[in-house]
Design a protein around this ligand. Structure first.
Ligand SMILES: *Cc1c(COP(=O)(O)O)cnc(C)c1O
Length: 395
């Protein structure tokens, strides 16, 4: 089996698993308990926080453990809205191709009286600092721009956007779920105010993540209860998962450059090989993209059928985000970069990591070529395109 859907979720790293196992045995314990079992748990929690902070260039007390990327995104946006709202600022800037954890939270803010500006991302899937600067108004409470897109893998100039926001005195949050563990992310040198990450996207366990909030920013409470996470996020800590996340983060960060070189070479081969398929197009900028992301549209085919046939070939891929697959709406990301509906339906996302091999890339290329050809041979739309009855959108 070839797994090429790491943007959906990734295999737990061995080091993360090994770090977690003791906490399912004798290492159990509630970090808030005063006895020795609890205190050992508390020490492990402390160590995990320090480790995670170090990897991100943050201070330990700027790290808030959450249940994952979605919760961290929700909390960050509510925090920005609340802080701004207290000063009468009711405007939030984001982009058209954010993850639904951001977009749906923004919908909610809209109902609460906030005005939302979604910046266009152009055909390349990139936002510029100038666009952000132009959109900022005196009543802007928050700017939230994703670090790397989960479907097309484009990487935004986050440091420059953060600088624009800082200069204008506006809070800045980035959903860095797809970036952390894959490209260098250092909150101090980037100058971001808040950042979200999720463990299962870089070889940690599912159901845990981090909200980074710069010193001086008090995250809005989503879950009321005990005093965990310095009173900002109640609930007994998911200690095993938190320890696993810290181990996965540490390993990913230590090997970040080495892995990026290896993975981007495989990505480049995929782009080259799949680029030979006629009437196909790469989605997202060719250069400014994650080391492991490849996303193509092929005209005259249906993405879902392509996925099922690739699965028969032993290849796990995706047509876009796991959240939209299963629905008939085409991906909002592909629509945002200007792909027409009928083209957006024929998309293929391959997201690889350091566990993949160059041999697997050759198999993916050969199988995709074969499957696309087979689907086109059966497609009435393709027949119309070839006969000239309809015009090709992708030349
Ligand atoms: C996966 C993902 C999320 C959600 O993270 P969960 O931990 O699954 O809640 C948010 N943003 C982006 C960009 C993602 O890829």
């Amino acid at each position: 089996m070839i797994y090429a859907d790491n943007a959906a979720t990734s295999r737990l790293k061995t080091k993360a698993l090994e770090a977690m196992l003791p906490f399912f045995g004798d290492g159990f314990g509630n970090p808030s308990s005063l006895h020795s079992v609890g205190q050992r748990a508390n020490a492990a929690l402390f160590a995990a926080r320090e480790k995670a902070a170090k990897c991100l260039g943050a201070a330990p007390n700027e790290i808030y453990f959450t249940s994952g990327g979605s919760e961290a995104d929700n909390q960050a946006i509510l925090t920005g809205a609340k802080i701004g709202g207290r000063k009468g600022k009711k405007h939030i800037i984001s982009t058209a191709f954010e993850h639904h954890a951001v977009l749906h939270t923004l919908d909610r803010m809209k109902k609460d009286g906030f005005e939302i500006t979604l910046l266009p991302v152009g055909e390349k899937g990139l936002v510029t600092p100038e666009q952000v600067a132009e959109a900022i108004r005196p009543d802007t409470a928050l700017v939230t721009v994703m670090f790397a897109n989960n479907e097309i893998g484009t990487v935004q100039p986050i440091g420059e956007i953060a600088a624009v926001c800082r200069e204008k005195g506006v809070l800045f949050h980035t959903d860095a779920v797809q970036a952390v563990g894959h490209i260098k992310v250092d909150v101090a040198s980037l100058g971001v105010d808040m950042l979200s990450l999720s463990a299962h996207k870089f070889g940690g366990p599912t159901g845990t993540g981090i909200l980074f909030a710069r010193k001086g920013i008090k995250p809005e409470i989503l879950i009321e209860g005990g005093a965990q996470e310095r009173g900002r996020r109640a609930g007994t800590e998911n200690l095993a998962a938190i320890v696993g996340m810290a181990a996965a983060l540490e390993e990913s960060c230590a090997k970040i450059e080495e892995n990026a070189v290896k993975v981007s070479a495989m990505r480049n081969r995929l782009i080259e090989g799949l680029g030979e398929i006629p009437h196909g197009i790469l989605n997202g900028d060719r250069e400014r993209r994650l080391p492991g992301n490849v996303n193509f549209c092929f005209e005259g085919i249906e993405g879902e059928s392509l996925l099922l046939l690739l699965d028969d070939e032993g290849i796990c891929a995706s047509s876009g985000s796991a959240c939209t697959s299963g629905s008939l709406d085409p991906s909002h990301v592909l629509l945002a970069i200007g792909r027409p509906h009928e083209i957006a339906h024929g998309s293929l996302r391959l997201t690889i990591n350091e566990d993949n091999t160059p041999e697997q890339m050759e198999k993916i290329i050969a199988s995709t070529k074969k499957v696309v050809e087979r689907l086109r041979a059966m497609s009435p739309v393709w027949r119309d395109l070839v006969s000239g009855k309809k015009e090709f959108v992708i030349k």
